[in-house]
Design a binder for this molecule. Structure first.
Ligand code: NOJ
Length: 523
């Protein structure tokens, strides 16, 4: 690890994380799907972007029913992505360039093709029967309770041979592990050690809120906020399936494993929840849970200065003492930010993400201003789309390959890409254009690296009115002021100071922000 934080803070506090969705980053084998050698080949892009860590979505052997989030072997690499040797080479290459490597850890469910599940399913007496969550049919027959799969339909499937249902919070091909079984815990914690021993710097922990559903199997109550047209799973409030008390013990157990290593490894938790629920993943008073439970609020935020300001204030106020914030605007599951708010505001959003207090995560393609790419129905891959066609829940449009160069295959592959390529001008064109989104991101990461006030400084809202949010970042004597115009019209600006960076080219007009302009100024 070569990235260091100013003030001897842990490295990840001043770091910028970059999420790589390996299927869509760079193909080197000509099969239309990205791979580990492709990531290694494109590390120059990652370094030039100015990030400090890459988080790679799952690379493990998998039937790919949920595109790698259905793991059939936790301690190997799917041939589609390469080999363990390719992985070791990637880690070495990344470390040599000062990049930390984070993997995706999927502890709440395996693939139904994992040997553990095959054994578990084979008979009620099998030693691994209790490694998964099995339950008898309801008294009158049918599933044990009303729990719903995130992908639609019941969260239970019947195994005819043994007469019991297995739980799957996601696809039926993703049986839920029984984290209450100490042997399961031990095996999964050993998976972490396997990768830590190979040099991995941390994990993003998948679907952690669903890790330990209630043992009583109590029905979930209806959610009054649900309306027709919303995802079926949202019809129930996840009162007994998500954020159960044992989940937080599990987070602590994972953290203890991260702490067995020096320097301590980083754990980022994926848990969608209310502010208090998310905060609970930091752990108790010693902050003995995840260092960074993902903060997804920007993904759902209403894009107005006032809403963003109150969201930031609410989040800052809710943080436990000593806990470090983090921010995310998108990932492989959610519509892309540039499509949601438009290209001009996407530049404002980039500046916001890179100037708020806390570790930002950039999802690959955000740095290009990528928008969702329409997917013809016959090319749909995602089960979320296939289970509810045409309803707009599919995640394929946000998972399309990175356009690297001009041309039909965009430098991504030599064959047919697994999903259509598009969504933004290619990297090569943007790298040559000082007005591009890529150029803006590079300037933002460089400024953040040069200014501890941006990476580690305190946050204070200075003003929020008339579509303009102004905030201060301060570190020691250094004071920077960020002003963001959420309107497509000029706005007055009270603060005047030397401009370090603007989303806009050309001369700055003192006392005024251009439409959709963001500025970082000296205080
Ligand atoms: C969250 C992941 O981000 C998503 O892609 C996946 O489908 C679910 N967890 C299940 O693992």
């Amino acid at each position: 690890m070569t990235h260091r934080s100013p003030d001897a803070a842990p490295w990840w506090r001043s770091a910028v994380v970059y999420q790589i969705y390996p299927r869509s980053f760079q193909d080197t084998t000509g099969d239309g799907v990205g791979d580990l050698a492709g990531i290694a080949r494109r590390l120059d892009h990652v370094v030039a972007l100015g990030v400090d860590a890459i988080w790679i979505s799952p690379i493990y052997p998998s039937p790919m029913k949920d595109f790698g989030y259905d793991v059939a072997d936790y301690c190997a690499v799917d041939p589609l992505f390469g080999t363990l040797a390719d992985f070791d080479a990637l880690v070495a290459a990344a470390h040599a360039r000062g990049l930390a490597v984070l993997l995706d850890f999927v502890p709440s469910h395996t693939s139904d093709e994992h040997p553990w599940f095959r054994e578990s399913r084979s008979s009620r007496e099998n030693a691994r029967r209790d490694w998964y969550v099995w339950a008898d049919p309801a008294p009158g027959g049918g599933p044990p309770n009303n729990w719903l799969s995130e992908f639609g339909g019941p969260a239970w499937s019947l195994d005819e041979a043994t007469g019991q249902y297995w739980l799957h919070i996601y696809l039926r091909e993703q049986p839920a592990l029984n984290w209450r079984n100490p042997d399961v815990q031990a095996a999964m914690l050993d998976v972490m050690r396997f990768w830590f021993d190979r040099g991995v710097d941390g994990f993003r922990v998948d679907a952690v809120e669903h890790l330990v559903p209630s043992a009583a199997l109590t029905d979930n109550p209806p959610d009054p906020a649900w309306r027709p047209g919303m995802q079926e799973a949202r019809a129930l409030h996840r009162a007994y399936t998500a954020h159960q008390p044992e989940v937080f013990d599990a987070a602590r157990a994972m953290r203890r494993v991260a702490g067995e290593y020096a320097p301590e490894r980083l754990l980022i938790g994926e848990a969608y929840g209310t502010l208090p629920e998310v905060m609970a993943y930091y752990g108790g008073e010693g902050l003995d849970g995840f260092q960074l439970p993902f903060n997804f609020q920007l993904i759902f935020a209403e894009w107005r200065a006032e809403s963003i300001a109150s969201m930031v204030e609410g989040y800052e106020a809710a943080l436990p003492a000593g806990a470090w914030p983090n921010w995310v605007m998108g990932n492989h599951d959610r519509p892309r930010i540039a499509g949601r708010i438009g290209p001009a505001q996407a530049r404002v959003a980039a500046m916001l993400l890179m100037t708020l207090r806390g570790t930002p995560t950039i999802y690959q393609g955000e740095e290009l201003g990528m928008v969702d790419v329409p997917i013809p129905p016959e090319m749909a891959h995602d089960p979320m789309e296939k289970n509810a066609p045409g309803q707009g829940f599919g995640r394929d449009p946000v998972r399309t390959p990175i356009p690297w160069e001009d041309g039909p295959k965009a430098g991504f592959t030599t064959d047919e890409p697994w999903l259509p390529i598009g969504g933004a001008p290619p990297v090569s064109a943007q790298a040559a254009d000082p007005g591009s989104m890529l150029a803006l991101y590079r300037r933002l990461t460089a400024l953040r690296r040069a200014e501890p006030a941006l990476s580690l400084g305190s946050y204070r809202t200075l003003a929020c009115a008339d579509d303009v949010l102004v905030f201060e970042r301060r570190h020691g004597e250094r004071r920077l002021v960020v002003a963001l115009n959420f309107a497509d019209a000029e706005r007055p600006l009270a603060h005047e100071g030397p401009v370090l960076l603007s989303t806009h080219a050309g001369d700055r007009v003192a006392g005024r922000l251009a439409p959709n302009e963001g500025r970082v100024m000296e205080g």
